[in-house]
Design a protein around this ligand. Structure first.
Ligand SMILES: *[C@@H]1O[C@H](CO)[C@@H](O)[C@H](O)[C@H]1NC(C)=O
Ligand SMILES: *[C@@H]1O[C@H](CO)[C@@H](O)[C@H](O)[C@H]1NC(C)=O
Ligand SMILES: *[C@@H]1O[C@H](CO)[C@@H](O)[C@H](O)[C@H]1NC(C)=O
Ligand SMILES: *[C@@H]1O[C@H](CO)[C@@H](O)[C@H](O)[C@H]1NC(C)=O
Length: 678
């Protein structure tokens, strides 16, 4: 029985509405720039109360945080983080209770709830459009709504913020849960938890429980990171964190800074990231497999393989907008990168603005003389003119064509640009199609988007369709370091044309359903390939895993039969991990699909799974409804001054004028609607 109307409070939280024009929900262009949509409370006398939105610069009068507890459980790199905060308003007037959390960009919110004066509100995930309709209905029922709040957000993170007006002596508890799969980079898994309460908290506790059945090769807790700049990162250990080794496969980390310790950090307490870094021990070249029920996950990161020589073309944007810091940092970074090329590598440089220019007519071996020559060439780059990305890619592809056929090297193009295509072919779909035709799956294309004027979505599509990935390079004093550390990740290919296959009892025919990506153009040292699979029926008692690819010397082929019983995972996390990685995989495939029909099928499956597993993804929103059994709070809601006036603010890390340029998986959205009784 729904004895309620939507009208009283509606709030809509669009965690980055980046789904903008090129991506999801084409109809929602207009709200793409919104971080906040608010329908204010309709008072019991039928009057719409003015909605409250804090604007930048307002000094908030906020309630005190009693406690902040972060509880993270990491099982085989899959982290489930629950953040709970209790606030109390001890003043004799209404104040705001603000809950803010920065989420890693790869995370999916999986639950949100609040307890306001003993009433529990629990979130459930709805399809974006449906949530939006519910919100609109609330607005129509008498709300005034709508506010744009764009906030510059930190690098690679989203800001989730909700603020609730609480009456005198009232308490409110927020609980947010998100899940994130930790991706291995340069031999490290890094678990980052944002701690930015903006006040000193009497009771603060971060506890991280890590279980890696392969065993830890190392684990460290560096100092709280208060700056995003790579140049500012301390390598010291956080001495006040208690790290315990329960067993070789199980560690716990507890960090409970006292009020004094918080004050010592800053007047606002701790404002930074709590970080745990680790890696695991790898024994089997074919990798590690965990099975639970119908699901399994395969982690593949062979060690000890020799590094393959590579052919790399650096494609560098020297259009006018690259002038100043960007070109200077690019030059500095290129000096380091060129220096790090290995003796057997071949390379060339293509610079482009209106037109494209090759450094040398052909690829050059990376000997000292050539590296020196390239250095000089790079140093003389001058930023001027437009941006002809299309021709630059075709030029790079032509250079590689000269060698590809008789080449056993890993070949790649690294494209660095800071802007939209403005010269030559400027239609991004056309550029993507041209790149696909010319590159035809080899070489891999990596795109680096420098600054905020790039269409990151375009670069991402471009890279993903050609076996690479895209990375954003943030403007800042550490631009050079971001560039070189990206290059470190791809500098050591160990395998190319990697294919993973799963069969049953000796047959190599795939007998699994719902398998995530199994073909990869490169495997780089320090990274990891992860595949999740669902068996269509009852899982077989044994199955057959094959991994093939090309290595430095010759073809590689790993084959092994596994007894399922021996691989049982200790917990049921495998299914959720499967769902999480499958949704990411579907969204990625949707990005690279060339047919509309296929796109919408992939999207529908991703949506279905987001709903089934309660994940806030680019396709879903979170809706908070009042618990049905607690409708006796009607009295409370009818008083005008009582409790519930909300606003919600979220933002994405862009701050750019072009919302479209955000990475697709940053696009998350949540709608919070409080369904109050009449
Ligand atoms: C979400 O959190 C609430 C409150 O803690 C809890 O009752 C509920 O079971 C959770 N839902 C899910 C899907 O985990
Ligand atoms: C590969 O990476 C690991 C750790 O990430 C490192 O210890 C090793 O030296 C690297 N191998 C080579 C050949 O550089
Ligand atoms: C998604 O769910 C709907 C409703 O349950 C179902 O009809 C549809 O076939 C599903 N689509 C896919 C692609 O799984
Ligand atoms: C919350 O609880 C306090 C103390 O029980 C009460 O005085 C106050 O009116 C309640 N507020 C609402 C909105 O119900």
């Amino acid at each position: 029985m729904v004895r309620a109307r939507w009208a009283l409070v509606a709030l809509c939280l669009l965690v980055s509405a980046a789904c903008g024009s090129e991506g999801y929900d084409k109809g929602e262009d207009k709200i793409a720039g919104f971080n906040v949509l608010i329908a204010a409370r309709q008072g019991s006398r039928g009057q719409a109360a003015p909605h409250r939105v804090r604007r930048q610069g307002d000094v908030p009068d906020t309630a005190d945080v009693y406690w902040l507890h972060v509880d993270s459980r990491v099982t085989s790199r899959f982290a489930t983080v629950t953040v709970e905060s209790k606030l109390a308003n001890r003043a004799d007037r209404g104040r705001e209770a603000v809950f803010t959390m920065q989420l890693p960009e790869a995370a999916f919110i999986s639950n949100f709830s609040m307890v306001i004066n003993d009433t529990l509100y629990v979130g459930s995930v709805m399809e974006r459009g449906a949530a939006r309709e519910a919100y609109d209905a609330a607005v129509e029922a008498g709300e005034s709504a709508g506010h744009v709040a764009q906030e510059l957000s930190p690098r690679g993170r989203e800001v989730f913020q909700i603020a609730i007006n609480v009456g005198a002596e009232e308490k409110v508890t927020f609980q947010l849960t998100y899940q994130e799969f930790l991706v291995r980079r340069l031999g490290i898994y890094e678990h980052v938890i944002s701690i930015r309460p903006a006040q000193i908290i009497p009771n603060m506790r971060i506890s991280v429980d890590l279980r890696e059945p392969q065993g830890f090769s190392f684990l460290r807790v560096p100092d709280i990171r208060t700056s995003d700049l790579l140049t500012d990162q301390s390598t010291d250990e956080l001495s006040t964190a208690a790290v315990s080794r329960v067993s070789p496969e199980h560690y716990t980390v507890i960090y409970a800074p006292s009020e004094q310790e918080q004050t010592a950090m800053s007047a606002e307490g701790i404002m930074g990231d709590f970080v745990v870094q680790y890696d695991v021990i790898r024994q089997e070249q074919i990798g590690f497999i965990q099975v639970y029920g119908d699901y399994f996950v395969h982690y593949f990161a062979p060690t000890g393989l020799p590094v393959m020589p590579k052919s790399v073309i650096f494609v560098i944007d020297v259009s006018g907008s690259m002038g100043g810091d960007k070109i200077r940092q690019t030059k500095e970074a290129m000096a380091v990168i060129l220096d790090e090329l290995r003796g057997l590598d071949f390379f060339n440089i293509v610079t482009f603005s209106d037109r494209t220019t090759r450094w040398r007519p052909e690829l050059q071996v990376a000997n000292q003389a050539n590296v020196k020559g390239a250095d000089t060439y790079v140093n003389n780059m001058i930023a001027t003119g437009g941006t002809n990305i299309n021709d630059a890619i075709i030029e790079a592809s032509a250079l590689l064509d000269q060698v590809l056929r008789h080449d056993s090297r890993a070949s790649m193009i690294v494209l660095l640009t800071d802007g939209q295509p403005t010269i030559g072919v400027t239609n991004t779909n056309q550029i993507i199609a041209n790149a696909r035709d010319h590159l035809a799956g080899n070489p891999a294309l990596f795109c680096l988007g420098f600054g905020y004027d790039v269409s990151f979505e375009f670069l991402e599509r471009l890279a993903l369709q050609n076996g690479g990935f895209a990375r954003r390079i943030y403007t800042g004093t550490d631009g050079e370091l971001q560039l070189t550390s990206f290059f470190d990740e791809v500098a050591k290919p160990l395998m190319i044309d990697v294919n993973l296959g799963y069969g049953q009892g000796g047959s190599s025919a795939p007998q699994v359903a719902d398998v995530t990506q199994t073909a990869f153009s490169n495997y780089f040292n320090g990274s990891e390939v992860v595949v999740t699979v669902r068996f269509p029926g009852a899982p077989p008692s044994n199955f057959h895993v094959t991994v093939t690819g090309k290595g430095a010397q010759d073809a590689l082929s790993l084959v092994e039969d596994f007894q399922l019983a021996s691989l049982a995972a200790p917990e049921g996390f495998v299914e959720r991990l499967w769902a999480y990685l499958t949704i990411k995989d579907l969204l990625k495939k949707e990005r690279t699909a060339t047919e509309e029909e296929q796109q919408s099928r992939l999207k529908e499956r991703a949506l279905n799974m987001s709903l089934e597993y309660n994940f806030v993804t680019p396709l879903t929103s979170m809706v908070v409804l009042q618990n049905d059994r607690q409708t006796q709070s009607a009295d409370r809601a009818s008083g005008d001054d009582a409790g519930l006036r909300y606003y919600v603010k979220t933002s994405s890390y862009s701050g750019a004028s072009s919302v479209r340029s955000w990475p697709f998986w940053l696009v998350a959205s949540a709608v919070v609607l409080a369904l109050l009784p009449t």
